[in-house]
Ligand binder design. Structure first.
Ligand code: ADP
Length: 541
């Protein structure tokens, strides 16, 4: 009965003797008993405490029990406190009725029968207990309800995020479709030209002059195709967040000179012989730490656009050293870009929608890739243009000056004036692709070097061990035993064997770095003939 013990009962009676006897009767049940001898005292206590039950005498001087009850009932938060009226004289039915109407829950005549009053009191005290239990239930319910509401809003949030992700995925797939549509068109153009001219070249009656011209077309289209494939690969690497930059030392003037030379040659192939390619660089050489390959890529992109969109005049490339940065620029006197199209020019697939612009082929990827590269290198790219007069693209890079000499090597070299005589030497070329082997064989034909073809890793090992050649040119990616495994096997038998790897992987690629002690040197694909001969000369003479 601990709970009942904590409960309170108020007994109101003007007669001290009655009050005392009622108190004694109720005390046995355990609750705390408060007493009042008149209506005012009763109301004061009523306001102060919360009672589980009130026993209220009706006949009292001043304020009688009915009046007290009425006042109690007018307090909203306590209006349901159970009140039992007690009286000796108001026992007729009409008084009982008045009592009930005023809000009493019961009516007891005096003298009070202790057993009856206790039994009644117990009912109300238990009722109180139930009420409290109900309250805890309601509280628990409220907590659960709150948790449920939180769960609902969490789910709504998740749903919203899922919806967003779905829209993003749909958009991505839409973009991918767009890439495919754009790319298939762009790829078809050079492929058609390669296939078409290759057919014409096969004609036995073709004149030497035409044959040379068609070969040039095939070569140009192949270059375009290679460029396009690189662009697509870079784009998808960027989309997948797998595009990385590798710092090295970059000689800025050397880089610009080399690019000018490349375009000086290319411009003829593109029918733009009349275009001047000019260079504007500071006199003092500047070497900075950045990713030289990526800077070269951006510059080639910009110069190639400048040449593509300029019919007459000049393309000027170069750089300036500013306070804390390098500013590269490529200016042209070409068709220019309408002012309203400048702001979104660096978005992927964006091409200027004018007749002059669309005459030239393009994917609309070059500038977006260039912008992303420049940003990765810590710079900004921008454009200024005067429609009909020309454009100037420029980009900045942080000026981190390099102290040591440049160790990175260019993989291009001009054609040797006279082919060296390598006829006393033997070269094993490990290459699983016949076309690639034929190219290498042809590229080295005039040197007279004796070539042995190993079509896979196993042949490369056997032939090298058997023939002890002066040099091995080893492809890395071969189906059975790859190049690195083959070199390991060769070096076990012939530790001094010089092996140059030929690969499409960059010098800073993870795998190349991992195995760099294994091989002596490398040439990257697509292989430049001048560079290859230069490399062989290094080891053969
Ligand atoms: P594309 O492969 O079409 O050349 P880019 O992303 O390199 O793609 O260039 C986007 C568009 O910007 C081009 O299609 C062309 O309309 C315009 N553009 C780029 N460079 C020049 C330039 N030097 N002169 C005029 N328009 C240019």
């Amino acid at each position: 009965m601990t709970e009942i013990n904590q409960k309170k009962i108020l007994i109101v009676d003007d007669n001290e003797a009655n009050l005392f006897s009622l108190q004694k009767i109720m005390e046995k049940m355990g609750p705390v008993i408060h007493t009042a001898v008149n209506g005012k005292e009763a109301l004061d206590l009523f306001h102060q405490f919360t009672y589980s039950l009130i026993l209220l005498d009706i006949q009292m001087p001043g304020m009688d029990g009915f009046e007290v009850l009425e006042k109690m009932r007018s307090v909203p938060v306590k209006k349901y406190t159970p009140v039992i009226l007690i009286s000796a004289i108001f026992t007729e039915e009409q008084y009982k009725l008045k009592g009930i109407l005023t809000g009493a829950v019961d009516f007891l005549p005096k003298p009070v029968n202790p057993a009856i009053i206790r039994a009644k009191a117990r009912v109300f005290l238990e009722l109180e207990e139930h009420k409290e239990y109900l309250k805890t239930l309601i509280n628990e319910l409220e907590v659960k309800n709150k948790q449920l509401n939180q769960e609902i809003s969490r789910r709504k949030k998740v749903e919203k995020e899922l919806r967003k992700a779905k829209i993003k995925a749909e958009k991505k797939s839409e973009i991918q479709n767009q890439v495919l549509v754009n790319m298939s068109h762009e790829i078809r153009t050079p492929v058609n030209s390669i296939l078409g001219f290759a057919d014409l070249i096969a004609d036995p009656d073709i004149s030497g002059e035409r044959k040379e011209k068609y070969l040039r077309y095939v070569s140009n289209s192949s270059q375009n195709l290679l460029f396009l494939i690189d662009e697509i690969l870079d784009h998808s690497r960027m989309e997948a967040g797998e595009f990385t930059v590798n710092e090295g030392i970059c000689d800025l003037s050397e880089l610009c000179t080399e690019i000018r030379e490349v375009f000086e040659r290319i411009k003829h192939q593109q029918g733009k012989s009349h275009l001047s390619i000019l260079l504007k660089t500071p006199e003092e050489p500047v070497r900075v730490i950045t990713d030289p390959q990526r800077v070269r890529q951006v510059m080639i992109n910009l110069v190639s656009n400048a040449v593509k969109y300029t019919e007459a005049g000049a393309v000027t490339l170069g750089y300036k050293i500013l306070n804390k940065e390098v500013r590269f620029f490529v200016a042209d006197t070409g068709i220019g870009i309408p002012t309203d199209q400048l702001s979104n020019l660096f978005q992927r697939f964006k091409r200027v929608e004018t007749e002059d612009s669309l005459k030239a082929q393009g994917t609309g990827l070059g500038l977006s890739i260039s912008q992303r590269i420049v940003n990765l290198l810590g710079g900004e790219i921008s454009v200024q243009s005067d429609p009909g007069q020309g454009s100037e693209f420029s980009f900045t890079l942080p000026l981190k000056l390099a102290a040591q000499p440049d160790l990175t090597e260019k993989q291009t070299a001009s054609e040797p004036e006279e082919d060296p005589d390598f006829s006393p030497y033997t070269l094993v070329i490990a290459e699983d692709e016949e076309m690639n082997f034929l190219f290498l064989q042809e590229a080295l034909r005039l040197t007279g070097i004796q070539i042995v073809w190993a079509k896979n890793g196993a042949e490369a090992i056997n032939k090298t061990i058997q023939l002890a050649p002066d040099l091995v040119l080893m492809d890395v990616k071969m189906p059975d035993i790859n190049g690195f495994e083959a070199i390991q096997a060769i070096k076990k038998e012939r530790p001094g064997q010089v092996v140059i790897i030929q690969t499409a992987l960059a010098a800073d690629d993870k795998e190349i770095k991992k195995y760099h002690k294994l091989f002596d040197d490398m040439v990257t694909k697509p292989i430049n003939r001048g560079f290859l001969i230069q490399k062989l000369r290094q080891y053969l003479n």
